[in-house]
Design a protein around this ligand. Structure first.
Ligand code: GLY
Length: 372
C-alpha cells in the first residue's frame, strides 16, 4: 500500500501550519520556507552530529529557493540547551542580520528544536522557525506543537515559550542515519502514542517483526500516525489545559528516573519506557487500569529492546526516595498531589491526581523496582 503524503495540519490560535511527511522532502525545504516567510535570510541551527550528514542538503535547498543562508552548529547533546548556547545563538542571529521577517531552521533532534525554537521565540520578540527533525523522537513528538525551552541550573526546560513553527518538514529518509539506540528510544514515544490514544495502532506495532531494521513503508506509517496524533492533540489543546497532558504518559516517573540518575545516563525514551510500565502497574494496582495492560505494554517495549523496569537501568542512589523527591520537584506537581497519566486500557488515557502522601507506597507497591 502506498503511504499518504498529504500535509497534516496543526491548527493553533496564531494560525495553521503543515507537517509534511514524505520521503525525500528535504529537497523541498527551500520552497516550503519561501512559501511560509517573507524574508530571504535563513539561519540553519544544527548540531555537530547532524551537520556532517544533512546541513549541506538543507543549505543547498534554501539557497536554490533564493535564501541568503548562514548556519550555526552547537555541540551535540543536552548540555547545549543552556543559557550560554542561547546567548551564542542570539549572537549568530545578530551576525547573520536576521530580521523579524526572516527564518530560523531547526535541523536536528529535540535539543536543537528546543534551543533554536526558544531563540526564535525571543529574537526581536519572535521570528519564524521551521522545524526539520532528524531524530525519531523529534519526528513523533518534540518538533510538533511549539514547546521550546532551555535548561537552567535548577532544572530542565525551566525557561521556555510556546512558539509554533511555520512548518514541520519530516523526511523519513533522514532516519536512516540514526544510531540504533536513538531509533529505539524514539520507539518509546511511538509506543506511548498507541498507549494513550490508538489501540489499533498499538496492536499493529505488536505485529512488527522484532528483529532488524523497520521496512521504510512501516517507518513512514509510524511517523505519520504519531505526527497526525500529535497534531490533533495540539490543535485541540495548544497550551496543555487537559488533553495535551496525556502526552506525558510515562514521563512523570521517566523524568524522575532521568533526573535521579543524572541526565544522559539513560536516554529520555528509555526512561519513559520504564515510566510507562510503572504508570500502567500503578494504575492496575489502584483499579484505574484494566488488568493485563501493564504486561502488554511491557511485552511490546521488550520486543523493541527497550528497558521496562528499574532493574534494567543503572542503580539510582537513594532508590525510590530519590525518584519520589524528583517527582515532587516536577513542573507537573499540583499542590499536594502529582498529576499522573494512567491508562484505562490500551488506547485510552486519563489524568488522575496521586496524593503526595501516597506516592512512595503507590510506586513501591505497584512496580518491579526490586533492584532498588
Ligand atoms: N512532549 C509533550 C508535549 O509536546 O506536550
Amino acid at each position: 500500500m502506498k503511504n499518504d503524503t498529504s500535509p497534516i495540519i496543526v491548527r493553533t490560535q496564531g494560525g495553521s501550519y503543515p507537517v509534511l511527511v514524505r520521503a525525500g522532502s528535504m529537497a523541498d525545504l527551500g520552497s516550503v520556507a519561501a512559501e511560509r516567510v517573507r524574508g530571504r535570510s535563513a539561519l540553519v541551527v544544527t548540531d555537530s552530529n547532524v551537520a556532517p550528514l544533512h546541513l549541506a542538503a538543507a543549505r543547498a535547498s534554501l539557497d536554490a529557493a533564493g535564501f541568503r543562508t548562514a548556519s550555526h552548529v552547537v555541540p551535540a547533546g543536552e548540555s547545549s540547551k543552556n543559557l550560554a548556547s542561547l546567548s551564542a545563538l542570539w549572537s549568530a542571529m545578530h551576525d547573520s542580520g536576521l530580521t523579524r521577517s526572516d527564518l530560523v531552521v531547526a535541523l536536528g533532534g529535540g535539543v536543537v528544536g528546543d534551543l533554536a525554537g526558544f531563540a526564535a521565540a525571543t529574537w526581536m520578540r519572535g521570528v519564524a522557525v521551521l522545524q526539520v527533525p532528524t531524530s525519531l523522537l523529534a519526528f513523533v513528538d518534540s518538533a510538533i506543537g511549539g514547546k521550546t525551552a532551555i535548561d537552567l541550573p535548577f532544572g530542565k526546560n525551566l525557561a521556555g515559550a510556546f512558539h509554533q513553527p511555520v512548518a514541520v518538514l519530516e523526511d523519513p529518509l533522514l532516519l536512516r542515519t540514526l544510531p540504533p539506540r536513538e531509533l529505539r528510544q524514539g520507539m518509546a514515544e511511538v509506543v506511548k502514542c498507541g498507549c494513550i490514544l490508538d489501540a489499533d495502532f498499538f496492536a499493529w506495532l505488536e505485529t512488527l517483526p522484532p528483529e532488524g531494521p523497520m521496512a521504510p513503508e512501516d517507518m513512514e506509517r509510524v511517523v505519520r500516525t504519531c505526527a497526525a496524533m500529535k497534531a490533533d492533540v495540539v490543535s485541540r489543546d495548544e497550551r496543555e489545559g487537559g488533553l495535551r497532558m496525556l502526552l506525558n504518559f510515562g514521563h512523570t516517573v521517566g523524568h524522575a528516573v532521568e533526573k535521579s540518575l543524572g541526565y544522559g545516563v539513560v536516554a529520555h525514551g528509555e526512561a519513559v519506557a520504564v515510566g510507562m510500565v510503572a504508570a500502567a502497574r500503578m494504575g492496575e494496582a489502584s483499579g484505574v487500569t484494566e488488568s493485563g495492560t501493564a504486561l502488554r505494554v511491557e511485552s511490546l517495549l521488550r520486543r523493541l529492546s527497550l528497558p521496562s523496569r528499574l532493574s534494567d537501568v543503572p542503580a539510582i542512589d537513594g532508590g525510590l526516595h530519590a525518584i519520589c523527591d524528583a517527582m515532587l520537584s516536577d513542573k507537573k506537581r499540583a499542590g499536594s498531589a502529582v498529576n499522573f497519566v494512567f491508562l484505562e486500557s490500551v488506547g485510552r488515557a486519563v489524568v488522575r491526581p496521586v496524593p503526595v502522601t501516597d506516592l512512595l507506597s503507590a510506586l513501591s507497591g505497584a512496580v518491579g523496582f526490586e533492584s532498588v
